[in-house]
Design a protein around this ligand. Structure first.
Ligand SMILES: Nc1ncnc2c1ncn2[C@@H]1O[C@H](COP(=O)(O)OP(=O)(O)OP(=O)(O)O)[C@@H](O)[C@H]1O
Ligand SMILES: [Mg+2]
Length: 407
C-alpha cells in the first residue's frame, strides 16, 4: 500500500544525516504522478525489467547538478505513451516534468524542486527557437544557478553501465571524474559548460571560413584560462581523494590509487599555471588549421584516468569483472566518506543493480559499510531477497504497472 503523510514532520528518517522523506514525480518518464513517503535509511525498489526502478533513481539524481544519471536530454523525460504516440491528456500542450522532495539534512529540513521550463531564445543565426531548461527551487525560492544545489544535498550513484567504466570509452571515465570534482567544488560544472561553449564557438568560427584573427585570439585566451582551471581542479581533487583513501583504508574493498592521464594536468605537476595557460593558448593557435582536418590536438576534453588496484599493482581494466566492481565501490564509498567529512553531511546514494557481480559475502559487507555512512541509500533489484538481511532498516517497494506499492 502507498504510504502517505500529511506534513513532512510526520515523515522522519531516523538514524541518518541525509535523507529524502518525501519524493514526488510529475509527468516523469513512466510516472504521471508518484508520491513516496520514506522513513528508513534503506529504500529497496524491486520489480521486473522495464518496470520503472531506474526511472525513480534518475528523478532523484535531478536533485543534484547536471543532467541526471542517464545524462538524458530534458525533452525525452516527460511522460509519453509510445503506443498512441501521444502525451497523456493531463499533460497536453507539451507540458514539462517535475520532481520535488522534502529533504532532511542533520537537524534541518527543506524542500527542493526541479522542473523544465520552455522559453524562447535567439540562436546564432538570429532565429527564435523554443529551448527547454531546468529550473530549481529551494524552499519554493527559485535559485539562479544549479551550483547552489550542492550546498543543500549531494547525490552520487552507481549504475549498471558503470560496470564497464574501466574498459569503456574515455568520455564516461572523464564524466565520472568530473562529477567527483563537482561534488566537492560546485563551481566545476560551471567551468565545464563555459569551456564547452567557448570551444564550440571557436570551432564554429574556424569551420565557417570567416576567420577573425582577433576574435579567435580572444577565444583562445579564454579557452586556455578555463581549461587550465578545469585541469587544476581535477588534479587537486584526485590528489586529495588519493590521500584520503591512503589515510582511511577500507578493510574489505580493495585499496585504489587514481592516476590522472592528461597533458595539461600532467604539465601542472611541473609548471606554474600561467606557463601552462600560455602553452595551451599557443597550441590552440597552432591547431587552427588542423582542427579543420578533425585533429583536436591538446584539449582537456581528452583527459582520462586510471584506477590502480594497489595490492596487485594492476590497472583496473585488467582486473576481473568482480574486481572492477569492487574497485568502483571502493572509490565511491571513499568519495561518500570524504564528502561527509568535507561538507558536514553525507551524500545520498543511488545504487542501481549494485549487487550484480558481488558474491553473498561481499554484498553483506557492502550493506554494513553503507549503514555506517549514516545516509539514505536507494537500491534497485529484480530480486528483493538479495536485500532481505536489511529487515527493518529498509522500506521495500514493488514497482509495477507504472506505480509503486510498499511491500
Ligand atoms: N518518456 C517516457 N515516457 C513514458 N515511459 C517511459 C519514458 N521513458 C522511458 N519510459 C519507460 O520506462 C521504462 C524503463 O524504465 P526503467 O529503466 O526505470 O526500468 P527498470 O525497472 O530499471 O528496468 P531494468 O530492471 O531492466 O533495469 C521503459 O521500458 C519505458 O517503458
Ligand atoms: Mg534499471
Amino acid at each position: 500500500m502507498d504510504t502517505f503523510c500529511d506534513t513532512h514532520f510526520d515523515c522522519n528518517v531516523a538514524g541518518v544525516r541525509s535523507a529524502i522523506s518525501r519524493l514526488t514525480l510529475v509527468n516523469f518518464r513512466n510516472y504521471e504522478n508518484l508520491r513516496l513517503n520514506l522513513d528508513k535509511p534503506f529504500v529497496v525498489l524491486h520489480g521486473e525489467n522495464g518496470s520503472g526502478k531506474t526511472n525513480i533513481l534518475e528523478a532523484i539524481s535531478f536533485l543534484s547538478q547536471g543532467r541526471g544519471l542517464r545524462n538524458a536530454k530534458l525533452s525525452e523525460i516527460k511522460t509519453f505513451d509510445f503506443l498512441t504516440q501521444q502525451q497523456p491528456a493531463a499533460f497536453a500542450n507539451n507540458q514539462g516534468w517535475a520532481v520535488s522532495a522534502l529533504v532532511q539534512r542533520n537537524d534541518d529540513s527543506f524542500s527542493i524542486g526541479t522542473a523544465v521550463e520552455t522559453m524562447l531564445k535567439e540562436d546564432n543565426y538570429n532565429e527564435i527557437k523554443e529551448v527547454e531548461r531546468r529550473i530549481v527551487q529551494i524552499n519554493n525560492q527559485k535559485i539562479t544557478s544549479q551550483n547552489e544545489l550542492g550546498n543543500y544535498l549531494t547525490v552520487i550513484w552507481i549504475t549498471p553501465q558503470m560496470d564497464r567504466l574501466f574498459i569503456g570509452g574515455t568520455q564516461h571515465r572523464r564524466h565520472f571524474l568530473d562529477r567527483i570534482v563537482y561534488a566537492f567544488d560546485t563551481t566545476h560544472s560551471q567551468r565545464l559548460s563555459t569551456f564547452d561553449n567557448l570551444y564550440r564557438q571557436w570551432l564554429q568560427i574556424l569551420k565557417s571560413g570567416k576567420s577573425n584573427h582577433q576574435w579567435l585570439l580572444s577565444l583562445e585566451e579564454q579557452i586556455a584560462a578555463t581549461g587550465v582551471a578545469i585541469a587544476a581542479a581535477r588534479r587537486e581533487q584526485v590528489q586529495k581523494l588519493n590521500l584520503f583513501m591512503e589515510e582511511n583504508p577500507d578493510d574489505t574493498f580493495p585499496d585504489v590509487v587514481l592516476e590522472l592521464d592528461g597533458t595539461i594536468e600532467t604539465m601542472l605537476d611541473k609548471k606554474a599555471a600561467v606557463y601552462v595557460e600560455d602553452y595551451y593558448r599557443e597550441s590552440l593557435l597552432k591547431m587552427r588549421q588542423n582542427v579543420l582536418e578533425n585533429d583536436r590536438g591538446e584539449t582537456i576534453n581528452k583527459t582520462d584516468f586510471n584506477a590502480i588496484y594497489k595490492k596487485k599493482n594492476l590497472p583496473a581494466n585488467l582486473c576481473s569483472t568482480g574486481e572492477q566492481k569492487s574497485l568502483l565501490l571502493s572509490i565511491v564509498l571513499s568519495e561518500a566518506r570524504y564528502l561527509a567529512a568535507h561538507k558536514g553531511f553525507p551524500p545520498i546514494l543511488l545504487l542501481d543493480e549494485v549487487a550484480a557481480h558481488l558474491d553473498d559475502n561481499k554484498r553483506h559487507i557492502l550493506l554494513n559499510k553503507l549503514a555506517e555512512l549514516k545516509t539514505q541509500v536507494w537500491l534497485t533489484t529484480t530480486n528483493p531477497f538479495e536485500f532481505s538481511s536489511l529487515h527493518d532498516q529498509a522500506q521495500f517497494f514493488e514497482v509495477k504497472d507504472n506505480s509503486v506499492h510498499q511491500s
